[in-house]
Design a protein around this ligand. Structure first.
Ligand SMILES: C[S@@+](CC[C@H](N)C(=O)[O-])C[C@H]1O[C@@H](n2cnc3c(N)ncnc32)[C@H](O)[C@@H]1O
Length: 219
C-alpha cells in the first residue's frame, strides 16, 4: 500500500476505506514499490482507492479517447487504461522521461501498453496539438496546479456529451481555505474551483476523495 492516505481521514477510517476498496494486485504493488524508491516524491502517486474510483468512472463512461495530464510513474494511468473498453485509447501527458519510464514498464507488465500514447512534453502543447475533430470522453488532471485552468479550457470545448473530467488535489490538503496561504499553487486551485462552479457550460461536484476531486461534466 502507499504510505499516504486521504488528508481528510484518520488512519483507522482510511484503513476501513482501503479494506472496502479493490485489493492492490501484483503490478500495482510493484509500482508502489518502484515509486516509493524515489523518496518523498512518492507522495504524488494517487492512493489505491482513488485509482479504483477512476476505474469505476472510466468503466461507466466507456471512453474511446481519454486524456491524463500528469502521469508520473503511472498509477492512475494504469487504472484508467485497464478500465477502457476494447476500442479505447489513453493519451498520457508528462514532462518527465525518468518517471514515465517506470510507468511504461508497469503498463507493459499489465498488458495495457498498446492502448496508451505517452507524449513527453508540456501538456498544454500536447493538448493544443490535438486534431480539431478529436473529442475527449474522459480526462484526469493531476499535473502542475497553475496549469489546471488552461488544461480545462483546452478540454471543455472538446468534450463529448457524456464525458467527465476529474481534477485532483482541488482541496490542496485544506490550504484552499487557509487565508494565509498565498503561494501560486493554492491561489491557482482557488481560482480553478471558483471558475468551474461559475462556468455555465458545465455541472460539477467537489468530492473529498483523496486530496479533493472536482468531477465535471457538460451541463
Ligand atoms: C502529482 S504527479 C501525477 C501523479 C500520477 N497521476 C499518479 O497517479 O502517480 C504530477 C506530474 O505532473 C507532471 N507535470 C508537471 N508539470 C507538467 C506540465 N507542464 N506538463 C505535463 N506534465 C507535467 C510531473 O512531471 C509529474 O509527473
Amino acid at each position: 500500500m502507499t504510505g499516504h492516505r486521504s488528508f481528510f481521514l484518520d488512519e483507522a477510517l482510511d484503513g476501513y476505506v482501503q479494506a472496502h476498496s479493490p485489493a492492490v494486485d501484483d503490478v500495482q504493488q510493484s509500482l508502489i514499490g518502484a515509486t516509493a524508491a524515489l523518496g518523498p516524491l512518492a507522495r504524488m502517486q494517487v492512493a489505491p482507492d482513488q485509482a479504483a474510483f477512476l476505474a469505476v468512472l472510466v468503466a461507466a463512461v466507456r471512453p474511446s479517447f481519454a486524456v491524463e495530464v500528469g502521469t508520473f510513474t503511472g498509477f492512475s494511468s494504469l487504472a484508467i487504461a485497464r478500465a477502457l473498453p476494447a476500442v479505447g485509447r489513453l493519451l498520457c501527458c508528462d514532462v518527465s522521461t525518468e518517471w514515465t519510464d517506470i510507468a511504461r514498464r508497469h503498463w507493459a507488465m499489465a498488458g495495457v501498453d498498446d492502448r496508451i500514447d505517452l507524449v513527453v512534453a508540456p501538456a498544454l502543447e500536447t493538448l493544443r496539438a490535438l486534431p480539431a475533430e478529436q473529442h475527449v470522453d474522459f480526462a484526469f488532471l493531476d499535473a502542475d496546479k497553475t496549469g489546471y485552468l488552461a488544461y480545462y479550457e483546452e478540454l471543455v470545448p472538446r468534450l463529448s456529451p457524456h464525458a467527465l473530467i476529474a481534477v485532483d488535489n482541488v482541496l490542496w490538503s485544506g490550504r484552499v481555505l487557509d487565508a494565509g496561504a498565498e503561494d501560486a499553487d493554492t491561489v491557482a486551485l482557488r481560482a480553478f474551483n471558483d471558475h468551474v462552479i461559475a462556468d455555465d457550460r458545465v455541472t460539477s461536484v467537489l468530492l473529498s476523495v483523496g486530496d479533493g476531486v472536482n468531477l465535471i461534466r457538460l451541463a
